[in-house]
Design a protein. Structure first.
Length: 94
């Protein structure tokens, strides 16, 4: 019954990828009114993006409060071989 409304909203809101980018940017800066409204409108049709934004916000807040628990006071550094291995593992295959 509401399919036409959902389709109309989907055509006028940013994509999920764009909303994910905005959710990440919202952690670092205040979004413009237009960006905030676009996200809210998108959330009406996409609960997954709403969940993603909430979870990233919670992670960000938790890391800000307890970030010191994830840092090593000895400040150990990776060897060059380990760094190279990690970079290779993170590369996207062609």
């Amino acid at each position: 019954m509401w399919g036409w409304l959902e389709q109309g909203i989907a055509r006028r809101t940013p994509s999920c990828r764009e909303v994910a980018r905005l959710a990440s940017e919202a952690l670092e800066r205040r979004l413009t009114l237009r960006e905030r409204l676009a996200m809210r409108l998108h959330f009406t049709i996409c609960y997954l993006c709403q969940r993603y934004a909430r979870q990233t916000s919670l992670l960000h807040a938790g890391l800000r409060r307890h970030g010191d628990l994830f840092t090593d006071s000895r400040e150990e550094q990776l060897s060059a071989a380990d760094k190279r291995r990690l970079k290779d593992a993170c590369r996207v295959p062609d």
